[in-house]
Design a protein around this ligand. Structure first.
Ligand code: PEP
Ligand code: MG
Length: 588
């Protein structure tokens, strides 16, 4: 069992798809006596496949250079080498092992032999052999291409790291679960996975060394664990847990039509965070009342060229129309840091999280901002849109962005293109600098939205996607609670609304606390989280929440606050926070 950080709830059981861009890692598996001949056949088939692949390359190569096709002939001969094949078959029989492991053993033996001979020509042969054998191993483990785009069966993706572009090209309907070696609580993989309801665990160290493609794997996105090659007992346990989770989700969905309000009548608008237009369609299914954060950068990541004002307009229009009569908050481009895009920011930075990102980048490349603002304004005719500026850290940035907004409006007026004149504008509060001057910021905008993912990262100086410091990424750190409280108090005094759109807003364990910290107008989260947050919300009073938050604020360490909140939530809602979800449906 391998432990990591749970970032998307649920249990997935399936075949591993190891995406390893550097090398193929092979581990030993024991084969029952009766399957040994089958294993040998697998080896022979994989070798035959390699020969066919060589033939194929040779045909393509012969038009380029004869020399190259001769090299390929020698490769094919290596595959016909009896010693290589027989040695491997013998190891399969003797060790009762899987073919890929036996082949790796043979390769190692030959490599050692070559290494002991001081002859450059033979050393060259060693590298040829290595290449050829690895080709066979790749055939054995079942994937010779390294693109997630080509996945055509249900799998659990296991890899070192997944970039936003990787997640975009994945065929989502085939992805049962995901596990990555790097990543922290709010890394993109988690956001993407939970948006789609795919169980995911990140920060798993060197997991790829212990999994082969095709192995049966369990992803426990509730506990943050991965089980490779489970035994019968484990398999039974997790199949039950998976069923329990699915049953639990179903019961949650029964109540999505109910009002999102506390027992004493405090209403909170529960909205969805989306990254692509496709997610907009499922929001109502989860009882969401609008989009509280549309992360528009994925429109840029998904296309080869930069989207034009017209592209943006038609995309925003569709999203707004899908959501009508509910509002849609469209965030201007937040490229940089964890969402890199070389088309836009192509000069590498030593410290991208503190670099040219969010609104800073938009102000440095005003054409980008103008096309976004005009696209948003034009779409505003078709529903309720609010603009949101990301990664703000000063008043000047908002003044400048608002100037561009006025300019965009002016240009549209001059071209007689209609739009909503009184469109609302907000700023994200995700830097300590913005939090400390939220009063000045609120004089320039209509609302603020707290991006807890980044706010926590910057308040605590802890990289949100670095698994080495993931244990220090503490949403319940006293400094975080204190800064959140400050924002609420100031906004409430000024009569301006506050939303929360970071992952914390969608974490049901935090719902009670957040409500107690101040007046929350909107909580925006991955659509899947809405039903559970609503359930918790409907079972508490604001008065109780305030008491809980006051006590949490009086504590000095994250550990104390974590313990206090977890105990409170588990004792009030035992079945919702039960690790194995062995809840009693009748009592629900
Ligand atoms: C945040 O920082 O909390 C946020 C919502 O923005 P993102 O996760 O896209 O940086
Ligand atoms: Mg952010």
């Amino acid at each position: 069992m391998y432990s990591g950080i749970a970032v998307s709830s649920g249990v997935a059981i399936g075949k591993a798809y190891l995406l390893d861009r550097s090398k193929v890692c092979v581990i030993k598996r024991n084969i029952p006596e009766k399957e040994i001949e089958k294993e040998i056949k697998r080896l022979r088939d994989a070798i035959a496949m390699s020969k066919a692949q060589m033939q194929d390359i040779k045909q393509k190569a012969s038009s380029i250079a004869d020399k190259y096709s001769i090299i390929l002939d020698t490769y094919t001969l290596l595959l016909e080498d009896d010693i290589l094949v027989n040695e491997t078959i013998e190891t399969i029989r003797r060790e009762r092992s899987n073919a890929e492991w036996a082949l790796t053993e043979t390769l190692e033996k030959f490599t050692n032999l070559f290494n002991n001979i001081n002859d450059d020509y033979l050393k060259g042969k060693r590298d040829d052999l290595d290449l050829v054998v690895h080709g066979v191993i790749k055939n054995l483990i079942g994937h010779h291409q390294e693109s997630l785009e080509d996945i055509d069966e249900p799998v659990i993706v296991i890899t070192h790291e997944l970039s936003p572009s990787d997640t975009i090209i994945m065929p989502k309907n085939h992805i049962l679960g995901m596990a990555t070696e790097v990543g922290g609580k709010t890394s993109h993989v988690g956001i993407f996975a939970s948006a789609l309801g795919i169980p995911a665990v990140v920060g798993l160290g060197s997991l790829t060394q212990f999994v082969n493609s095709g192995d049966r794997v369990i992803v426990d996105g509730i506990q943050g664990e991965i089980i490779v090659d489970p035994d019968k007992e484990q398999l039974n346990h997790y199949q039950k847990k998976q069923k329990n989770y699915q049953r639990y989700e179903k019961t949650l969905l029964k109540d999505i039509g109910l009002e999102a309000e506390t027992l004493d009548g405090e209403k909170v608008q529960l909205m969805a965070n989306i990254e692509t237009i496709h997610e907009a369609k499922s929001i109502r299914k989860y009882g969401g009342e609008g989009i509280g954060l549309y992360r528009t950068e994925f429109l840029y990541l998904a296309s080869n060229s930069l989207p034009t004002e017209n592209d943006l307009y038609s995309n925003f229009k569709k999203v707004v129309q899908t959501m009508e009569p509910y509002p849609v908050v469209i965030r201007t481009l937040d490229i940089g840091a964890d969402k890199q895009l070389s088309k836009i920011n192509n000069s590498p930075e030593d410290n991208p999280a503190l670099g040219l990102r969010g609104i800073r980048l938009s102000l440095a490349q005003p054409d980008l901002l103008m096309s976004q603002l005009k696209g948003i304004l034009r779409a505003s005719l078709y529903g309720k849109i609010k603009i949101l500026y990301p990664m703000v850290s000063s008043v000047e940035e908002i003044v400048e962005a608002n100037d561009y907004l006025e300019k965009a409006k002016e240009e549209l007026r001059n071209s007689q293109i209609p739009f909503q004149e009184d469109i609302l504008v907000g700023a994200m509060i995700e830097t300590p600098a913005a939090a400390l001057i939220v009063d000045r910021i609120l004089e320039l905008v209509d609302y603020v939205s707290i991006g807890t993912n980044d706010l926590i990262q910057y308040v605590l100086a802890v990289d949100r996607i670095n698994e080495n410091v993931a244990h220090l990424y503490q949403p319940f750190h006293p400094s975080v609670l204190k800064i959140l409280k400050e924002i609420f108090v100031i906004a409430e005094n000024m009569g301006k609304p506050v939303s929360i759109c970071g992952e914390l807003g969608g974490d049901p364990i935090a719902t009670f606390l957040l409500l107690g910290l101040g007046k929350v107008h909107e909580l925006s989260m991955e659509p899947h989280s809405i039903p559970k947050v609503k359930k918790i919300l409907r079972k508490i009073t604001l008065k109780e929440a305030r008491k809980l938050a006051d006590h949490a604020l009086s504590l000095s360490t994250s550990e104390e606050i974590n313990r206090f909140i977890n105990n409170e939530m588990r004792s009030r809602f035992p079945s919702d926070f039960d690790r194995d979800l062995a809840f009693d449906e009748k009592k629900e």
